[in-house]
Design a protein around this ligand. Structure first.
Ligand SMILES: C=C(O[C@@H]1C=C(C(=O)O)C=C[C@H]1O)C(=O)O
Length: 264
C-alpha cells in the first residue's frame, strides 16, 4: 500500500541502503500503531474464537476483521505487491484494478511467517504493551472494535517489516552468490544465519526504536500525557520478535533460493 520503496525499479528495490531506509520508515509506522493500540485494555475476548458472536463466522473478532480487511484490500491489488503477504490467503479475491507490471525482484518462494507473527503478537506482544491486562470492559462497552482495528493495522505493518527480510536476503545473495550457494547447498542454516547477521545494524535499530518510542510517546506540551507506550516493551518487541523473525525469513528465503536455478 504505502510502498515508499519503488518496487517497479529492481535495482533500487535491491539496494540494501534503500531497503534499510524502508525498514526505518516502518519503525515510525509500527510505533504509532502501537501508541494507538495501547490506549485500550488488552480485551482478551476479541482474540478468542467465539469470544464475540459474529453471524456466519466462527473466527475471533480480530481474525474476522483481519480476514475481511484482506479480502477488501485484495480487490485493490494489495497482495499483488511482492512486499505484501496475507494472513488469510484463501480470502483473497480478483482485483478490480488492472494488474501492475512488477519486475521479478525476489526469487519465487513460499515463505510466509504470518502465523508466527500473529501468535507472538497475541500471546506475547500485546500483554507486554497493553495496560490493564486483566481489564475487559466487555462488548457492551466501547473499544472492542477500536482494539481490533488497531490490531489489524499493527499486524499488517509487522508483516511488511518482517517479510522485507526477503529483499534484504536477495540483496545479500547478489552481493556474494558463491558464498551463499555453498552454504545453501550444504543446508547450513547456522552458517546462513551468521552470514546475514549484522549486529551493528541490529544495535542501531534497537537504539533508534527506543528513542522513537520515548519521543513519539511523549507530548512536548502536555507532560501528563507522556509515556503513551512503554519504550522498553517496544525495544523488546524488536529484540525478541521483529528482528529474529526477519532473520528467519531471510534464512528460509535463502534455503529456497537455488530452486529452478543453474545452482540447483
Ligand atoms: C535486515 C537486515 O538483516 C538482519 C536483520 C536486521 C533487522 O531485522 O533489523 C538487522 C540486521 C541483520 O542482522 C539488515 O542487514 O539490514
Amino acid at each position: 500500500m504505502d510502498a515508499a520503496i519503488d518496487l517497479t525499479d529492481r535495482s533500487k528495490a535491491l539496494d540494501l541502503a534503500n531497503i534499510r531506509a524502508q525498514l526505518i520508515r516502518l519503525e515510525d509506522t509500527i510505533t504509532f500503531h502501537l501508541i494507538e493500540r495501547v490506549q485500550f485494555p488488552l480485551n482478551k475476548t476479541i482474540y478468542v474464537a467465539g469470544g464475540v458472536k459474529i453471524p456466519g463466522s466462527e473466527l475471533s473478532l480480530m481474525d474476522y476483521l483481519l480476514r475481511e480487511q484482506e479480502r477488501l484490500q485484495s480487490r485493490v491489488r494489495r497482495y499483488e505487491s511482492p512486499d505484501e503477504h496475507p494472513f488469510f490467503p484463501d480470502a483473497l479475491e480478483k482485483p478490480i484494478l488492472e494488474p501492475l507490471e512488477y519486475p521479478t525482484i525476489v526469487h519465487t518462494n513460499t515463505v510466509n511467517v504470518n502465523a508466527s507473527i500473529k501468535q507472538r503478537y497475541v500471546d506475547e506482544i500485546l500483554p507486554s504493551v497493553c495496560p490493564n491486562v486483566r481489564a475487559d470492559r466487555g462488548a457492551s462497552k466501547e473499544n472492542y472494535g477500536s482494539s481490533a482495528t488497531c490490531d489489524v493495522n499493527l499486524l499488517q505493518a509487522l508483516s511488511r517489516r518482517i517479510h522485507f527480510g526477503k529483499f534484504v536476503a536477495e540483496s545479500k545473495f547478489q552481493e556474494n552468490p558463491e558464498k551463499f550457494v555453498q552454504l545453501i547447498k550444504a543446508k547450513d542454516e547456522k552458517g546462513i544465519d551468521d552470514a546475514i547477521t549484522n549486529l551493528k545494524v541490529e544495535q542501531k535499530v534497537l537504539e533508534r526504536i527506543k528513542m522513537k518510542a520515548q519521543t513519539y510517546g511523549s507530548d512536548p506540551a502536555l507532560a501528563e500525557y507522556s509515556n503513551k507506550v512503554d519504550a522498553d516493551a517496544v525495544v523488546n518487541l524488536y529484540k525478541s520478535t521483529i528482528i529474529p523473525l526477519t532473520k528467519i525469513v531471510e534464512v528460509e528465503y535463502l534455503l529456497e533460493r537455488l530452486k529452478g536455478t543453474q545452482w540447483e
